[in-house]
Design a protein around this ligand. Structure first.
Ligand SMILES: Nc1ncnc2c1ncn2[C@@H]1O[C@H](COP(=O)(O)OP(=O)(O)OP(=O)(O)O)[C@@H](O)[C@H]1O
Ligand SMILES: [Mg+2]
Length: 266
């Protein structure tokens, strides 16, 4: 149970932003601490505006906290690095590059040779089910395919941890379930460590080993729940399972119980 020496350690992060409505600093995150172990899939859930994206941006090194520390494998981080792969809600592919070139991009930056780049990219493109779309540009791909390409690009870089901010929010419900099933299968086979942000409770339960619940703004950790469901997970098997529904209910109660008054008054 002791996860103090996890792969990712987020310690006591506080973050404020300038809020023009009050003409001063408004707290977005309040003393947030989260640990993610090697090969663990952890989701962070919380209501809109509670600071989930802010937290992920800080872990990615794209934003600085006011206080607190982030470390990956014991190394303190303060700027972006190849040890953290990021997949955003909006498809962050280069529109002028093909799928193959998008997936190869991080490898190119690392100075990996052409043949090796092509080989690694091929493997991840196949892994996310995009074989045959290597030479297509993002505008030739559906939303779900673009998101698969973004996952392949992040994974091809072999990050220590994959940071995902509502990556499936923009796709339709059926595609979203397929992508969730694919992500659980891929993260299990590749033993990827993932920190995943969502406000969808079902998605968090389906994907995760642990779900961390943030309160309404300013985000504080109000629960850290272990999800003990067998893997691989599939929607047709899990949707009717009692334990799945119990987790979903407990998290719903936590989220709405703790957040309703905060949401009402903001
Ligand atoms: N760059 C910024 N400048 C000022 N305020 C910001 C900035 N970024 C975020 N905020 C504020 O910080 C709070 C948290 O924002 P954040 O985007 O992290 O929330 P979130 O939990 O990701 O919400 P959602 O679920 O809607 O994506 C919000 O009140 C937002 O207005
Ligand atoms: Mg967000």
């Amino acid at each position: 149970m002791n996860t103090a020496a996890g792969l990712l350690s987020v310690r006591n992060i506080c973050k404020s932003h300038f809020d023009p409505n009050i003409g001063g600093q408004a707290e977005a995150l309040q003393a947030v601490s989260i640990t993610v172990d090697h090969h663990e899939f952890v989701s962070v859930i919380g209501p809109s505006g509670c600071g989930k994206s802010t937290l992920l941006r800080i872990v990615a090194g794209l934003d600085q906290p006011n206080s607190g520390e982030i470390s990956v494998a014991g190394q303190r981080v303060s700027r972006p690095g190849a040890d953290r792969g990021m997949v955003f809600q909006e498809y962050a592919l280069f529109p002028w590059k093909t799928t193959q070139a998008n997936v190869e991009f991080g490898l190119l930056l690392k100075g990996i040779k052409k043949e090796e780049r092509a080989e690694i990219a091929r493997r991840f493109i196949e892994l996310v089910g995009l074989k045959g779309s290597e030479q297509k540009y993002p505008h030739h791909l559906s939303g779900g395919m673009r998101q698969r390409a973004a996952v392949a690009r992040a994974m091809a870089n072999n990050p220590k941890i994959l940071l995902m901010d509502e990556p499936f929010a923009a796709v339709d419900a059926m595609t979203r379930q397929r992508l969730q099933e694919e992500l659980t299968a891929i993260s299990a086979s590749e033993r990827t460590t993932v920190l995943f942000v969502t406000h969808a409770i079902e998605e968090a339960v389906f994907l995760s080993d642990r779900v961390v619940v943030l309160s309404g703004r300013p985000g504080r950790v109000i629960a850290d729940m272990k999800i003990e469901l067998d893997r691989p997970r599939r929607w047709d098997e899990l949707a009717g399972e009692r334990r799945f529904n119990d987790y979903r209910e407990q998290l719903t109660r936590l989220l709405y119980g703790a957040n309703a008054p905060v949401e009402m008054s903001s």
